[in-house]
Ligand binder design. Structure first.
Ligand SMILES: Cc1cc2nc3c(=O)[nH]c(=O)nc-3n(C[C@H](O)[C@H](O)[C@H](O)COP(=O)(O)OP(=O)(O)OC[C@H]3O[C@@H](n4cnc5c(N)ncnc54)[C@H](O)[C@@H]3O)c2cc1C
Ligand code: FES
Length: 283
């Protein structure tokens, strides 16, 4: 059992949990994730570790309540227990001194980009960060990103805060200003990562994206998370989650992510209809 030591809202439908998991906190590297089950009958939920404190023995998860399982997770409070938690999983981000690294985070994608920006800065890079959300009250980790970045630019789709437009527009402006960029790391919704890759492709700027297909076992055995990268089948849980964005088949990824939409909708409706019990509900 893994106790939740802190649970707080960060934005509309976005929560931050600190969970006691000392062994994982000791080993975790930027880019890695865990898989948790709320209880013994729960669905497996993969979540990136936004941070870890090896001394306190805690990991930090930031998640958006999207469907049944994340909504159920969001109902838990400090003191409640998570029944299963495995990790750290996935290949850590390749961190070295590249020169100038642009870290782009969209929506909940700001959470996984944060530890990468921090590590890139610690490795001696100049870190230019661009974060964005649909609207101001969905924007997370602005202060934290500002602390680890040499410069931070913010956008909102509706213009309620910062630049009125998309993170990709800001990246295009930074490129047009003549800034030399050695690497772009982009994490967010698939359409966002795809557009960012289109912006950087012409300039031949190496671009790393973090993919979040549906996962089941997270051990490379079930095949649920397969994606095509550079014409080869890869499993995001063991080969990723990060890949060269210019090689990802985004069209296939979108199709596979939508495969269970009807069942996911039904599962959420049933959960809400049953009163959204936080423990003991079947998935
Ligand atoms: C490596 C990895 C890291 C992730 N890190 C984070 C994170 O830090 N914060 C965060 O908020 N979310 C993260 N996710 C996404 C998160 O796992 C899903 O939002 C969650 O599993 C949805 O479950 P649900 O039952 O609430 O929603 P569902 O009703 O199952 O689905 C809602 C939506 O989420 C997508 N989805 C469903 N199951 C998964 C799954 N197992 N993996 C990915 N997407 C799924 C569906 O396509 C659908 O569009 C990550 C996913 C992966 C693969
Ligand atoms: S989740 Fe089963 S192979 Fe990756």
């Amino acid at each position: 059992m893994f106790p939740i030591v802190e649970a707080k809202p960060l934005a509309a439908a976005v929560k931050q949990f600190k969970i006691a998991a000392p062994e994982i906190a000791k080993k975790r590297k930027p880019g890695q994730f865990i898989v948790l089950r709320i209880n013994e009958e729960g669905e497996r939920i993969p979540l990136t570790m936004a941070d870890a404190d090896p001394e306190a023995g805690t990991i930090t998860l930031i998640f958006q309540e999207l469907g049944k399982s994340t909504e159920q997770l969001g109902k838990l409070k400090a003191g409640d227990m998570i029944s299963d938690l495995i990790g750290p999983l996935g290949v850590p981000t390749h961190i070295e001194k590249f020169g100038t690294v642009v870290c782009v985070g969209g929506g909940i994608g700001i959470a996984p980009v944060y530890p990468i920006a921090k590590a890139m800065r610690e490795a001696g890079n100049t870190v230019l960060s661009i974060i964005g959300a649909r609207t101001k009250n969905l924007l997370i980790l602005e202060e934290e990103m500002a602390k680890v970045s040499h410069s931070l630019k913010v956008s909102t789709d509706d213009g309620s805060y910062g630049y009125h437009g998309f993170v990709s527009d800001i990246l295009q402006n930074v490129i047009d200003e003549g800034t030399t960029i050695n690497l772009v790391v982009a994490i967010g919704p698939v359409p966002m990562m795809r557009v960012i890759c289109n912006v950087t492709r012409n300039q031949k700027i190496k671009t790393v994206v973090s993919l979040n297909p549906i996962m089941v076992d997270a051990t490379g055995m079930c095949g649920a998370c397969r994606v095509t990268v550079g014409g080869r089948t890869r499993f995001v849980c063991v080969d990723g989650p990060e890949f060269d964005g210019h090689e990802v088949n985004f069209v296939e990824l979108v199709k596979r992510q939508r495969a269970y939409l009807d069942q996911e909708k039904l599962s959420l409706e049933t959960f809400r209809h049953q009163g959204g019990a936080c423990l003991g509900g079947k998935s």
